[in-house]
Ligand binder design. Structure first.
Ligand SMILES: Cc1ncc(COP(=O)(O)O)c(C=O)c1O
Length: 449
């Protein structure tokens, strides 16, 4: 028996992945799995990208690691240039991490240090959103508002974090409301929360630009983030956008916030940033924040041993250059439109699919027991795990997630295929997903009868 403490279902046997071939993962029995979710929206360039492999081998042959207290490296400098050049003003600096949660922890601590440097030391509250997910470390979990993921840890989470409702039209928009009016009403919850906490006490608002797994590829309502930005500016609050899952081209633009017409004060990135070839993350930071530190303590009171690792920076540099050189943002938009069309054709009338939503190559089906009432399946049915397992038996990797409706019930199946996916492979994703849902839902109906 394995000595590894597995993450999900700790004693569950897993196939052993040994190779990659484009959008496919191959196990040690020679079985091929079409990776329609990039793991968790990570492997955006598939599993056998030669340019990234070669860049990493070249780098490790010269130098793998140099501590950031003593040295900078060319991959770190070149990647910072690439990222900052791609980002709009005033995002002018980048802080490197080994993943998404670390980028969020850095955002939380740099927020606090910023207000310390400018003498606004009462500002300590972070406002996040219910159903938001920002990572599993203590600070990131505190900022997130997913009740199920927080449940066991509530007693040790940060008391300085507060939450407003998500922007989730399928479950919360009123029948007599437009999408814009709903977005404004939801954004205005921030105004009310700031009034409740005291404007001079609030430091930052944190949200995923397009919500990933905890609602299921949910884009914001039009105007939502413009209104949020206005409220933040009016009260001197920082806007932190979490694009760990939705950023770096996943939704068809390099930064998902480009479509919202706002620029955050910090933006957390990971997952697709290095396309999964190395553990890697980053936090883009606005000019005024690093100026405040430069003119104050001069040192960021934070850091990790592996930050800015040369292999992570090399992988990210090669991945992002590959995306640019091969015009893959355009491919995301085109293939994304094809995926949307195929999903709507296949599942648009499905009795157990309540909503089909997403953007770019980032799509979800929200499953319901009853389309008319939007009633979710009971959590005890355990649909997510069954869908994941059955999909794998059918040679498909998708990302089912439970608790989306309210942190306890509600299921989505999330798709985030690589940017190099072909139309034939998209057809296969839809076909295998359809087979999978037929099998699982039929077994579920039989068990419930
Ligand atoms: C939106 C979002 N933020 C943060 C994280 C945390 O990233 P990591 O798992 O790399 O720590 C995730 C991970 O799924 C995420 O989806």
């Amino acid at each position: 028996m394995s000595k590894v403490l597995y993450r999900h279902n700790v004693s569950h046997d897993l196939p052993r992945a040994v190779a990659g071939d484009g959008a496919w993962i191959i196990d040690d029995q020679g079985r091929r799995y079409l990776d329609a979710s990039g793991g968790a929206a990570v492997s955006c360039l598939g599993h056998s990208n030669e340019a990234i492999r070669k860049a990493m081998v070249d780098q490790v042959e010269s130098l793998a690691y140099a501590h950031t207290r003593f040295f900078t490296t060319s991959p770190m400098e070149e990647f910072a240039d690439l990222l900052v050049d791609a980002a709009p003003d005033p995002l002018t600096k980048v802080w490197f991490t080994s993943g998404g949660s670390e980028a969020i922890e850095a955002a939380l601590k740099i927020t606090r240090q910023y207000f310390f440097e400018i003498g606004e030391t009462d500002r300590r509250f972070i406002v996040g959103r219910r159903q938001g997910y920002h990572g599993s470390t203590t600070g990131a979990l505190s900022a997130g508002g997913n009740a199920w993921r927080r449940r066991i840890f509530e007693p040790i989470l940060l008391e300085t974090t507060h939450h407003i409702g998500p922007c989730y039209p399928y479950r919360h928009m009123r029948a007599d409301e437009t999408l814009e009016a709903y977005g404004r009403r939801t954004a205005d919850e921030l105004e009310a929360k700031v009034a409740e906490l005291g404007p001079g006490n609030v430091a930052a608002f944190m949200a995923e630009t397009v919500v990933g797994s905890s609602i299921g590829t949910q884009p914001p309502a039009p105007g939502y983030f413009k209104r949020i930005r206005e409220i933040c500016d009016r009260h001197g609050i920082l806007l932190i956008l979490d694009e760990v899952m939705c950023g770096m081209g996943r939704t068809g633009t390099r930064f998902a916030f480009e479509e919202e017409g706002v620029v955050p004060d910090m933006c957390a990135l990971a997952k697709g940033l290095s396309a999964g070839y190395a553990p890697f993350g980053a936090l883009l930071i606005a000019e005024k924040i690093h100026r405040a530190i430069e003119n104050g303590s001069k040192t960021v009171m934070h850091g990790h041993t592996f930050m800015g690792h040369a292999l992570g920076c090399t992988a990210a540099l090669a991945a992002q250059r590959y995306i640019d050189d091969n015009n893959l943002l355009e491919a995301v938009r085109q293939r994304g439109a094809y995926l949307e069309r195929r999903l709507k054709e296949c599942f648009g009338q499905h009795p157990n699919v309540g909503d089909i939503r997403g953007r770019g190559l980032f799509w979800s089906l929200e499953l319901v027991a009853d389309r008319n009432t939007q009633a979710p399946f009971p959590p005890a049915a355990g649909l997510s795990m069954k869908i994941k397992d059955t999909a794998m038996e059918n040679g498909l990797i998708c990302y089912p997630m439970n608790g989306v409706a309210d942190g306890r019930q509600g299921e989505v199946v999330m798709l985030a295929p690589p940017f190099i996916i072909s139309e034939e492979e998209i057809d296969l994703i839809v076909e295998r997903l359809s087979q999978t849902l037929d099998t699982v839902l039929a077994a579920n109906a039989k068990a419930a009868a």
